[in-house]
Design a protein around this ligand. Structure first.
Ligand code: ADP
Ligand code: MG
Length: 462
């Protein structure tokens, strides 16, 4: 027991904390203790309020003994401690936001739109279906309690399925419901992150870059697959990640494929992506497509003939962005020409958009080669070459298979485009993939469907 015995339990805590501060390395103290507050005493237990689940876990794992012992020393009795996560101030407290940004109640006042976020991307405007249930619920839970349960989070899925929409919904929600300043809620595409970092390197401004990204409360990075291109950016993101994560700041990423399918990502960064919650979005089923179309028409106060809704939902299945394009086109047509949209008009007007999803014309062999090469992060030239390297053989077979299935070119024509290969070689490779398409434990059908989707989109100019 300390000689200067203190009666008031809060004073005891203040003294204990100051002793802990003296004994721990400054960095550790700042990181884990500086945002803690005293929450009272109940049933002989002392409650300490901490900013996030992450901080709580760390304290329980590493510091509970020190805290209880020090407290007991000052109090002259046993002082068990419990931690509580600060819910009332969660918006700011998980984030190291300064005091003026710490509302005691979640703030529900009207704010301007966040300059980095599309205001249309909200949870309310997102139509949830079985395909997106998990990703939607995860994103909403994060928005309501950032820095806590699901950190980090990776949302992945094919093109046009709503990843960016969900990611920005998190930002919009936090921005609307808290007092966090614009700079604390950071949305950035991985491409811009990379370019900004490269510029900072070039201009000797890495310190400003680090300051910008390490002061945020919530970091939303879109399309991380692009990082496959830059090792330097990966290293920088790795440090940023650690810094933010360790202090309970929220990180959310999106990717066009599961993290494990990324190539040329350092193992340590990969382990960060896969460490937290991984939530996928699949293409919507028919009912969800109908619901999305209706919702988009509602938003624009446009009543769409049910037959037309059915026509679009039946014919556009892989991509919500294409669904939207169909609706936009029909609404524009109707408004400009003051005409009701009949099924015939819809079929005529959407001929091209719908054919994008259904038929093969207009896709070139090179388009396929480029897409497959970029997916596997190799050079198009390697696919056309003779390399027997495993990392090239499978992509080459897949590219040939796609050429056969998405275009009307003969195996001879395809062989020509692949660096003058025999048509028998093309046939052999196509057959290899056909066999894999039938194997039950193969991931190839998934890859093929994703690539086909991307190629069709490219064709339609997206
Ligand atoms: P991704 O980032 O996955 O490529 P986006 O988030 O950009 O896809 O979505 C493409 C478009 O489709 C956006 O305009 C988005 O608002 C819309 N969208 C996607 N999924 C849904 C959904 N479930 N409900 C409503 N709109 C959606
Ligand atoms: Mg996107």
């Amino acid at each position: 027991m300390k000689e200067n015995y203190i009666n008031n339990i809060e004073d005891i805590w203040t003294n204990a904390l100051s002793q802990i501060k003296d004994t721990l390395p400054q960095g550790d103290y700042d990181r884990w203790f500086s945002h803690m507050s005293f929450g009272g005493e109940k049933d002989g237990k002392i409650t300490l309020i901490v900013p996030s689940q992450f901080v709580k876990d760390k304290l329980v794992d590493s510091y509970l003994g020190i805290i209880e012992n020090t407290l007991s020393e000052f109090a002259g009795r046993n002082c068990p401690v419990v931690f509580e996560i600060d819910k009332s101030k969660r918006s700011a407290s998980f984030s190291h936001a300064n005091a003026s940004e710490s509302p005691s109640e979640p703030v529900k006042k009207e704010r301007k739109n966040h300059p980095l976020l599309n205001p249309a991307y909200t949870f309310d405007s997102f139509v949830m279906g079985g395909n997106s249930n998990f990703a939607y619920s995860s994103a909403l839970a994060i928005a309501k309690n950032p820095g806590s349960a699901y950190n980090p989070c990776l949302i992945y899925g094919g093109v046009g399925l709503g990843k960016t929409h969900l990611l920005q919904s998190i930002g919009n929600y936090v921005y609307k419901n808290t007092d966090l300043s614009e700079e604390k809620i950071m949305y950035v595409t991985a491409e811009n992150f990379m370019n900004e970092f490269m510029d900072a390197l070039k201009d000797g401004k890495t310190r400003q870059f680090k300051n910008k990204y390490r002061n945020v409360s919530i970091l939303l990075i879109d399309d991380i697959q692009i990082l496959q291109k830059s090792e330097a950016t990966q290293n920088e993101l790795f440090s940023t990640f650690n810094d933010l994560y360790e202090t309970g700041r929220q990180l959310v990423f999106t990717c066009d494929r599961p993290a494990e399918e990324l190539k040329n990502i350092s193992e340590r960064l990969m382990s960060r992506f896969t460490r937290g919650l991984n939530a996928d979005i699949q293409p919507p089923d028919y009912e969800t497509r109908v619901a999305i179309i209706k919702s988009k028409c509602n938003e624009r106060k446009f009543e769409m003939n049910p037959e037309v809704v059915d026509f679009i939902a039946t014919n556009v299945s892989n991509n919500v962005r294409t669904l939207e394009s169909c609706i936009t086109k029909l609404i524009a047509y109707s408004e400009l020409l003051h005409r009701e949209i009949s099924l015939d008009i819809a079929k005529e007007q959407l001929k091209q958009l719908v054919s994008t999803c259904n038929d093969s014309s207009g896709i070139t062999i090179n388009m396929i080669i480029e897409t497959v090469a970029s997916y596997y992060n190799i050079q198009a030239q390697e696919l056309k070459g003779k390399s027997k390297n495993q990392s090239v053989i499978l992509p080459r077979q897949i590219a040939m298979y796609l050429c056969r299935n998405l275009t009307d070119f003969s195996t001879t024509e395809i062989g020509m485009e692949f660096g003058g290969k025999e048509h028998t070689t093309v046939m052999y490779n196509v057959k290899k993939i056909e066999a894999m398409m039938k194997a039950t434990d193969s991931d190839i059908p998934n890859v093929i469907s994703k690539l086909s989707n991307t190629i069709r989109l490219k064709k339609s100019g997206h």
